[in-house]
Design a protein around this ligand. Structure first.
Ligand code: PEP
Ligand code: MG
Length: 959
């Protein structure tokens, strides 16, 4: 956004001719520190190529692309010449807006200046302005238009009435970050306005961040309350940004909007842009390196004028109005970037030839040398209505959320989402269906190949879930219907995917968000095959992957031989993806903000997954220090590895068991190989998530037996199904909740389906029957999210009944039933729970979340959700005291158990078992050997006496 400050504007300049004026412009850019002296030559050279006169007494001198290397900082300087200067093209200039731009930011400046050109009086008013504020006000009027594009459309939505459609539109705008919850609530409450022809309007200005318009159309035409419903517009209003759009909707109603309800996205956008149904249309991609700036725009206008018939143009992806291609200011105002598609339209018998001529000119580069656009490698730079993210300063640590421990030093690879380009319609349904079928087959083959490379584990389970999704007959059927309605294989497939994904999101919002992401993920795989677009190729050499956000399946696909670390702009530390990154041993920092996306590909980065920070372009000293820490860490790991099978004991012999957390029973053998003395937490929900439907009794027995066999007599602590919150179960949809973490999750949810709990308990008990020699298989079962003894008793009743019912020879004989302590009330009430349970296992991830009231997935706040907070430590102290008073044991299975600083504190608080990710087992055992129980108690006391988690960490580090 061009925001002019008074110091950017110089009034009352005088110059004998245009050269003298341009010299002054160059000097003012240099004096402001924006450019080096050599930029001056670039300004002059640019004028010899063509005039930078814009219109209305304004010229916009800027350097040639080659001179951009002399720009230090992007910016503008405005010089006012009240008596005017004759420019070299004969025009009279009163204002020079001189631009120093490092890339094509000047396009945005141009876009904002074009409004000045619409008003003929502006030139004179600029010449006469007596204050810098007046000049700034005349030049700076921002043009805000409500957002409308393919993403704001929800077409063919399975809704039962107009209200559901309005909410689908509102939910879409919320997903896109245009509105907050307040908007959705307002739309839910307000009456809809009838527009006529079956169209309705829901509107609110509440909670609007970015003005936008969504359109939701029903799967099939609806009649609700006696009224026809063909579509509902959902408008997020702000100021008068939406005026143009509303006018276009009204114009559309005048000309007939009947076809809107069954139209595809491209047609809807075309109609809303003012294109008639009878118009001829063509698409042409902008190939010019710096987009449709003044010079190529001028050429385009000239070619369009030569055709002798009205031709309109708009951005194909956006919802902006089509403008006459003969208007230079309006064409520039489109702000078209390299890679964006222009949609041209014209009517009448010569329309087709005229459009061909215009598209040819665009493809030829409009007077500039151009290169083809490669969607798989290039990204269209978004229109910068908001200030672009500031690049990260070199050699300065930048904070994020520590998500997976470890240190990485490597060049970055910034992953951009690929773009897919395809025709919406195709005339040959049989051929389209064949293409889709073969793309799905290839997609399945790709997944199978990846699965076999993954060799079991969470990664393989996710890939296998994707495979099942891909073979879902309903998905194929939905796409086949689209094809038979005339859609191309690509369009029909993507629509089927989007509809299914939206349906998931709408059913339970965030609970099922992950499943929707997985659906889009498999959808993109097939789309890539159909469009022949491959994902951007990462380098052959080791790198740190930088991306906006990453889904679990993306983590699963990471090539662990080359990916040294993972850095994301969004996301929290205890999300599914972060758990996978830890399982794969990839150091990760997440939620570090969008500025990380400005990192230059190939630039070096230090990523510290323990402290949760990254340092771009480190100095030689900082790099050397990081390398030393890395070497020390590797040395520590190597030594810990050698002694991994020794019993876990403190230096003075005090025994603390070290166990492994698993999400997958096939990993049990690996955990044992890493020195685990037990499995301290089996997250059985991952087993449920890896299946398209609830796994039956036999499937569950086989899975649990696999872990028990691998453990060879070591205990297995299995947690009953813990879904809800951040872990949705696709086939067990939960009604939408505003606060899923405070809603139906863990034991609360399971108790609503006692038959599921019963099958799981039965499977565990049967799987843990003594082996053929009669050797027991120790089984510990624990219940998640218990808030008090009432929930425990309800589950215990089912458990006791099963123990009575199953003959002892067929079931576990060494079995205990315990609870997780992860809700503060359970810790506070531990004295009432302890007499009845067999053990406690403290889930510090959730206990911290609920004690500090910080969402564990919060992209910004989760960094503060530190389990070493004294409030959490006091709850742990109370829990241990209550358990030991009744002779029961206590484990800790949250992430805190592997925090090197926390280990002695937990031991000092009396914890008997630490359960950590399998990779951490050798290190935690080694850490225990560094101190004795007395030292641990002293550290626990020190920590309990502090007031904040920062104070705890400082005090422990200083000791
Ligand atoms: C915890 O909350 O600490 C825990 C171990 O459970 P999960 O992370 O699976 O919620
Ligand atoms: Mg938990």
């Amino acid at each position: 956004m061009l925001t002019l400050r008074p110091e950017d504007i110089r009034l009352d300049c005088q110059a004998a001719d245009w050269r003298a004026a341009l010299e002054q412009a160059a000097e003012s850019l240099q004096q402001a520190g924006l450019t080096a002296p050599a930029y001056r030559d670039g300004l002059f050279q640019r004028e010899t190529q063509s005039s930078t006169y814009l219109g209305n007494a304004i010229a916009i001198p800027h350097g040639t692309p080659e001179s951009r290397e002399h720009v230090h900082v992007t910016g503008v300087r405005v010089l006012q010449f009240p008596s005017g200067v004759e420019w070299h093209d004969g025009q009279r200039v009163h204002v020079l807006v001189s631009i120093a731009a490092q890339s094509d930011e000047h396009l945005d400046i141009l876009r904002q200046l074009t409004h000045v050109l619409d008003d003929d009086s502006v030139g004179q008013r600029l010449a006469e302005a007596r204050s810098t504020a007046e000049v700034a006000a005349l030049l700076s009027k921002a043009v805000v238009e409500a957002r409308l594009d393919a993403e704001t459309l929800c077409l063919g939505f399975p809704a039962r009435d107009a209200r559901e459609l309005a909410l689908a539109g509102a939910a879409r705008l919320r997903q896109l970050g245009c509105v907050g919850n307040g908007f959705v609530a307002a739309v839910a409450e307000r009456e809809l306005a009838r527009l006529g022809q079956g169209l309705w309007l829901a509107t609110s200005g509440q909670g609007v961040e970015i003005p936008a318009l969504a359109l939701a159309t029903p799967e099939a035409e609806l009649v609700s309350g006696g009224e026809t419903v063909k579509g509902v517009f959902c408008l997020a209003a702000q100021g008068d940004a939406h005026r143009g759009l509303l006018e276009r909707i009204l114009a559309l109603l005048d000309s007939g909007a009947a076809e809107l309800s069954s139209a595809d996205a491209a047609t809807v956008l075309a109609r809303l842009a003012g294109e008639s149904a009878t118009a001829h249309t063509r698409l042409a991609r902008v190939l010019n390196a710096h987009g449709l700036h003044a010079r190529p725009a001028k050429q385009l206008v000239q070619v369009a004028r030569r055709q002798g018939i009205p031709i309109h143009v708009r951005l194909a992806e956006g919802g902006g109005a089509a403008v006459p291609t003969t208007s230079l200011t309006k064409v520039i105002n489109l702000g078209a970037r390299r890679g964006q598609q222009l949609a041209f339209s014209a009517e009448g018998e010569h329309a087709a030839e005229a459009l061909d001529a215009v598209c040819r000119a665009v493809a030829d580069g409009l007077g500039e040398q151009v290169m083809p656009f490669d969607e798989s490698r290039e990204r269209i730079v978004p229109q910068a209505d908001a200030a672009p993210a500031e690049p990260l300063p070199d050699n300065t640590p930048h904070p994020g959320v520590a998500a997976s421990p470890g240190l990485a030093i490597a060049p970055v690879f910034v992953l951009q989402t690929p773009r897919f380009d395809y025709p919406e319609r195709a005339a040959d349904p049989a051929e389209q269906q064949r293409r889709l079928q073969s793309a799905i087959v290839e997609g399945v083959a790709q997944l199978e190949a990846l699965e076999s490379e993954a060799r079991g584990g969470e990664v393989a389970q996710i890939l296998s879930m994707h495979e099942e999704m891909l073979q879902d007959p309903e998905l194929f059927e939905a796409a086949r219907e689209g094809i038979h309605e005339g859609r191309s294989a690509e369009a029909a497939w993507w629509e089927a995917i989007e509809t299914a994904a939206h349906a998931q999101e709408m059913l339970a919002d965030r609970l099922l968000a992950e499943r929707a992401a997985d659906l889009r993920d498999v959808g993109r795989r097939v789309l890539g095959i159909l469009c022949n677009v491959s994902l951007p190729e990462p380098p052959e050499t080791p790198y740190i992957l930088v991306t906006d956000d990453i889904g679990p399946s993306d983590v699963a696909r990471l090539d662990t031989r080359r990916v040294r670390g993972l850095l994301t702009a969004r996301g929290g530390a205890t999300a599914h993806s972060a758990i996978l990154a830890r399982a794969l041993g990839i150091p990760a920092v997440v939620g570090a903000g969008e500025r990380v996306l400005t990192l230059a590909d190939g630039s070096e980065l230090i990523l510290d997954g323990e402290r949760g920070r990254v340092t771009p372009a480190p100095s030689a000293e900082r790099r050397a220090a990081a390398e030393q820490r890395l070497a020390e860490r590797q040395q520590r790991e190597a030594e810990a590895w050698k002694t991994r099978f020794e019993e876990a004991r403190c230096r003075d012999g005090h025994r603390v068991e070290v166990a492994a957390n698993l999400g997958n029973t096939t990993h049990a053998a690996d955990a044992v190989e890493r020195g685990a003395e037990a499995v301290g937490l089996l997250r059985t929900e991952f087993l449920f998530m890896a299946h398209a439907q609830e796994p039956d009794l036999d499937t569950q027995i086989a899975e649990y037996r696999e872990a028990l066999d691998a453990l060879k007599g070591r205990p297995l602590v299995a947690r009953t199904l813990d879904v809800g919150g951040d872990k949705p179960l696709p086939y067990w949809p939960v009604p939408k909740e505003d606060n899923p973490f405070l809603g139906l999750r863990g034991i609360r949810l399971t108790l609503t389906r006692p038959e599921v709990l019963e099958t799981q308990l039965r499977a565990l008990l049967l799987a843990a029957a003594p082996d053929a020699e009669g050797t027991p298989r120790p089984l510990r079962i624990m219940l998640p999210m218990v808030k008090d003894v009432g929930e425990f008793r309800a589950a215990r009743a089912v458990f006791d009944r099963l123990v009575d019912e199953i003959p002892p020879t067929e079931r576990a004989t060494d079995v205990q039933l315990g609870v997780m302590i992860e809700v503060p009330s359970a810790a506070l009430l531990a004295p009432t729970l302890a007499p009845e349970v067999d053990f406690f296992s403290i889930g510090t991830n959730d206990l911290t979340q609920y004690t500090l009231a910080i969402d564990r997935d919060h992209p910004v706040l989760s960094a503060q959700a530190d389990g070493l907070h004294p409030a959490v430590l006091r709850l742990i102290e109370m829990t241990v005291a209550a358990a030991h008073a009744h002779g029961k044991w206590v484990g800790v299975c949250g992430e805190l158990a592997s925090d090197a600083l926390a280990v002695p504190v937990l031991v000092g608080l009396g914890v008997d078992e630490l359960s950590v990710s399998a990779r951490q087992v050798p290190l935690v055992k080694a850490r225990l050997r560094e101190f004795g129980l007395n030292e641990a108690r002293a550290q626990a006391e020190l920590a309990l006496g502090q007031a904040t988690s920062e104070a705890v960490r400082d005090a422990l580090e200083a000791r």
